[in-house]
Design a protein around this ligand. Structure first.
Ligand code: FES
Ligand code: FE2
Length: 320
């Protein structure tokens, strides 16, 4: 179940220019470094000279130098110099991972067969809708980033949360299950909108009801963004939550959660605490959940789960 797609491996703020970081994701030791030109490169961690871990090395210009004998490798994994020989070793390559950096995150493309990226990460704000794109959000600092490391969950299970309205009542204590208002798949992208007030389910407009909605967008099974609108009409508060799940190995994943709270909100800290609570509630279930195929679904939820699992299957290499 090693999925193909984009997976977050760090936040942009984690790797400054000249910084080298050792990582372990998708069953692989990796090294990430930010080059002088500002871009991040991610390579398999081990030097192709004699196998030293490049995590102890340093950035020289746009390249990385191995700490063992000083061989220098480019971000594309080519050997560019050997300090005690007049020409580099052109025959050896270190695997280089395609990298994308956007919305505070650093993402790598993973394909078990080594293929190039099949899609680009979306323009998040635009895709979440005009009501999100028009708003201004506070800058993301350390408090708005939360890493849940070593959770025993596969990314697909997290994606299934979005077609699972009934868990909201029991896990997130909403008074009623939300209504799935819209669902749409377009290749690697999967989008849904759920509504939380009673009005969504029975169409009755009560003055004390709210019309909270979440616009959920997945790009592959590794990256997702929720655009939430809380409250009513023009007074509704917006926030964006990114939940990006990266397999560490076949059993465990790291979850990168990033929170954008509307700029200038006086109760910023409170809104943040509230936003963060939901993920912990979900994790308490995921961490000990097992995967059932097929699951024993109620009639009303079967179609949504079936569609989501069919979509998720497109990211596994059945042959490999
Ligand atoms: S092992 Fe890297 S330079 Fe020798
Ligand atoms: Fe949930």
């Amino acid at each position: 179940m090693r999925p193909t797609g984009w997976f977050q491996v760090a936040w942009s703020a984690d790797i400054t220019i000249g910084e080298v970081k050792s990582l372990h994701y998708l069953g692989t030791d990796l090294v990430a470094f930010r080059r002088e030109d500002g871009t991040v490169a991610v390579l398999d961690a081990h030097c192709q000279h004699l196998g030293a871990h490049l995590g102890g090395g340093c950035v020289v210009g746009n390249d990385i130098q191995c700490p063992f004998h000083g061989w220098v490798w480019s971000g594309e994994g080519r050997n560019v110099s050997i300090p005690y020989q007049d020409r580099p070793n052109k025959a050896r390559r270190i695997r280089s991972w395609p990298v994308a950096e956007q919305d505070e995150g650093i993402f790598v493309w993973h394909d078990p067969n080594g293929g190039p990226p099949r899609w680009e990460l979306p323009n998040v704000r635009e895709q979440l809708g005009a009501h999100i794109a028009e708003r201004k959000f506070a800058p993301v600092g350390p408090d708005e980033r939360s890493l849940k490391a070593g959770i025993r969950v596969h990314p697909q299970v997290i994606a299934e949360n979005a077609v699972d309205p009934h868990h909201f009542r029991f896990v997130h204590q909403t008074p009623i299950s939300p209504t799935v208002l819209h669902e749409e798949t377009d290749g690697a992208r999967w989008q849904a909108k759920v509504g939380f007030g009673r009005r969504w389910s029975d169409g009755v407009d009560r003055p004390d009801d709210h019309d909270n909605t979440i616009q959920i967008m997945w790009s592959g099974i590794g990256t997702s963004w929720n655009g939430e609108l809380l409250g009513r009409g023009d007074d509704a508060a917006a926030r964006i939550i990114a939940i990006c799940t990266t397999p560490v190995d076949d059993q465990y994943s790291d979850i990168f959660a990033t929170y954008w709270i509307e700029d200038g909100a006086e109760d910023h800290a409170e809104r943040l605490v509230q936003a963060k609570a939901a993920l912990d509630q979900d994790i308490s279930i995921w961490h000990t959940q097992i995967y059932l195929e097929p699951p024993g679904l109620a009639t009303s939820e079967a179609a949504g789960f079936r569609r989501l699992r069919r979509w998720a299957n497109s990211f596994y290499d059945v042959a490999g």
